[in-house]
Design a protein around this ligand. Sequence first.
Ligand code: NDP
Length: 329
Amino acid sequence: MIYRRLGRSGLQVSLFSLGSWVTFHNQVDHVGVREMMAMAWDAGVNFFDNAEVYANGESEVLMGKALKELSWNRLDYVISSKFYWGLKGGEMPQSSINSRNTLNRKYLLQAVDGSLQRLGLEYLDLIYCHRADQHTPIEETVWAMHHIIEQGKALYWGTSEWSAAEIMAAWEIAERHHLHKPVMEQPEYHLFHRQRVEKEYARLYEHMGLGLTTWSPLASGLLTGKYLNGVPEGSRASLQALSFLKEGLLDPDKNAAVAELRDFAQSINCSVSQLALAWVAHNPHVSSVILGASRQEQLQENLAALHVLKALTPENVQRIESITEKYAD
Ligand code: NDP
C-alpha cells in the first residue's frame, strides 16, 4: 500500500480506502462487511468511509459491528462519517425541519453523537459536511465543527461537494478566529468527471493545503465495462432505488470510450477498472481513492490496481485521457 498525507495535515491515509455507500446493508450483509473490511485491511487499507445517511444509519451499525469483531488497534485505522441529509433521506415531515438538509449547530452536535453510538466508537477520525447548506451561515457551521473537535468527538473536519468559494470562506473564518480549519474535501472524481478537482479547486491545494478523498472512481461501475451490453442482473443500475443512475450508466458514447479503454488496458495487462482506478490515484492531490465494491472479487481486483500506477507513464496517461476527455465534464 501507498500512504499519503491528508492534505497538509499530519494524518496518513491509504491511497485506496473502502466506502460503504449502496453496498453495506443493501448488498452486503454483516459477515460480508467484516470479510471485505478484513480483505482491505490485509492489503494495507487504513481508512473506511461512511455516512449517517447510508442505509439510514445501518451502514454505520454494520461497520461498527465489524470493527468490534476485528478488534484492530484504534490508533491504526481511520473512520469517517458525514452529515447533512439527516438519518433518513426522502420526504421530510415538518417535525424534522432542524434535522434534515441542514448544517445548523443543533443538528450537527447531535448528529455526531448518533454516529458514534451506531459505530460504537469514542471518536470519529474524519467528519464531513456532506453537502453545502445554502441557509445556515457558514460561520455557524465552522464553529459547530470546531466545537465537535474540541469536545474530542472527531479529529479532523472537511466538506463534500462544496464549491471552491464555499471551502475558502469556511477556511478564512476558521483562520480569522483560530478555529480548527477544514482539512479535506470529498468530491466525485473519475475519468468522466474532472473539472472540479482539476480546475475549480486548483488554487486550494497550495493555498490552504486541501486534501482530497475522492468518490465513485469507477463512475458507479460504468468504468468497469459492465454496462457495454445493457444492465447486468444485480448490478447497481438494476437497483430500483438507484434508477436515477441508469441513463448515465448506459450512455452509448461513454460506453464506446470504455470499450476503447478496455482494449488499451489489455495491452498493458490490466483490467479497465484497474486502469481507471490507477488514473485517479495518479493525481498527487488525491490523498485517498475511496473504493466501492458489492463483492469480494471486485474488491480484490480493485485493490490490485495499485500495481498499475507504475505503468502510468506520461504517454499512457495522455492516451487514456485522449480516449475519455471528449465525454468528461
Ligand atoms: P465506484 O464508482 O467505484 O462504484 C462501485 C460499484 O461499482 C460497486 O459497488 C459495484 O457495483 C461496481 N464495481 C466495483 N468494482 C467492480 C469490478 N471490479 N467489477 C465489476 N463491478 C465493479 O464507487 P462508489 O460509487 O461506490 O463510491 C465509493 C465510495 O465513495 C462510497 O462507498 C462512499 O463511501 C463514497 N461516496 C461518497 C459520496 C459523497 O457524496 N461524499 C457519494 C458517493 C460515494 P455493482 O456490483 O452493484 O454493480
